[in-house]
Design a binder for this molecule. Sequence first.
Ligand code: NAD
Ligand code: TYD
Length: 338
Amino acid sequence: MRILVTGGAGFIGSNFIKYLLENIDNEIINLDKLTYAGNLENLIDIENNSNYEFVEGDICDRKLVDKTIERKDIEGIINFAAESHVDRSIDSAIEFARTNFEGTLNLLEIARDKKIKRFLQVSTDEVYGSTLGESFRETDSLNPNNPYAASKAAADLLCHSFFKTYNFPIIITRSTNNFGPYQYPEKFLPLMITNIIEGKKIPIYGTGENVRDWIYVEDNCRAIEFIFRKGKNGQIYNIAGKNELSNLNLAKIVLSLMNESEDKIEFVADRKGHDFRYSIDDFKRRYLGSSTPSGQDYFTERLKSTIDWYKQNESWWKRIKSGEHFKEWQERNYTRRN
Ligand code: NAD
Ligand code: TYD
C-alpha cells in the first residue's frame, strides 16, 4: 500500500516507519514539518530505502498535502504529526490548536476529496482525562484536562464527524505513554536516563504519586499497523502497555537499573492541572487480534534495552540537550524566511 505517514521524523513516527519498512511491503511517504521535535537523524538507517521518501512540509499546507497525495497516488494516511509535549501546551497552546486540530482537519478534508481508503488518527489516552477507579474504555466520554489533551480530543471528534457525515473511513488509536529509542529528552523517561548519565538529579513533579501506563514504542507501532489493516472503519482502539506505575516508582526502577542511589531524586513544583492517573482497557484491540507482551520481566527487559540505547547514542541526545539541534533548526527557519 502507498501510505502517507505524517510526523514521521518524530519519536513514534520514525520508529513506525522503520518497523513498516523492516516488516511489511509498503511504500511510505513521510511528510514532516521538522519542528524542534522532528529529527532526520532518526531515519538515517532507511533514508535511501527505495520504498521511502521524505517530504518536508506542514500538514496545514493544503497545496502541499494535496500535491503529495496526488503525485504519489496515496491510498492510506496515518497521522502522527502533532505538538506532543504537555508542559509546552501549558506555556502556550496556539501551535497545539493549529497542528493538532487544524492540521488534522486539513488532512481529513483533502483525504476525503481524494477518496483515501483508510485514515488512521494516532491519539492518546490523555483525551479521557484522569481516573481513580476503572480503566477507560473506548465508549467513555472525553474529559481532557490540559491544552495538549484538549487539542487531541478535538481532533478525535473531527475524525468521528467525518465518519458519521461522509462515511469517510477513519480509525482512531489511543495509546498510553510510549518509551524507547529516539524519544525527545524533554519527556520523563529519556530525561531521567540522560540526566543520570550526565550525573544530574532527576526532577519529579509534586509528590511523584501520579500514575502512567507505559508501552514500548515498537509494541505500539506493531499495534497501530495491525489496526490500520484489520480495524473497522469508524472505530476507536485503545492500546495499553499494562505497566501502570507511579512516577516515583518508575524513577526508583530506572535508578536501580542504572546502579544509582535514590538521592538523585529531586522533588520539584508540580505541573499545573497534573492528571493523577491515566488508565485504559484495551480488550477491544486484543479481541481484534492485536496483542502486546506484558509482565514485569518484559517491561524491565525493554527498560534495560532503552537505557542501553541512550548510553550507546549519546551524540544523538547530547546534540538536542546542548541546544545545538535547536540552534540549527532556528537558523534553517531564518534562512527560509529571508
Ligand atoms: P514527537 O513530538 O516526537 O513528534 C512529532 C512529529 O510531528 C515531529 O517530527 C514534528 O516535526 C512533526 N510535526 C509537528 N507539527 C507538524 C506539522 N504541522 N506538520 C507536519 N509535521 C509536524 O511526538 P511523538 O511522541 O512521536 O507522538 C506522535 C503522535 O503520537 C502524536 O500525535 C501524539 O499525540 C501521539 N501519542 C504520543 C504518545 C507518547 O507517549 N509519545 C502517547 C500517545 C499518543
Ligand atoms: P511526560 O513524559 O511529559 O508525559 P505525559 O505528561 O504525556 O504523561 O510525563 C510523564 C509523567 O512524568 C507525568 O506525570 C509528568 C511527570 N514528569 C515529572 O515528574 N518530571 C518531569 O521532568 C517530566 C517531564 C514529567
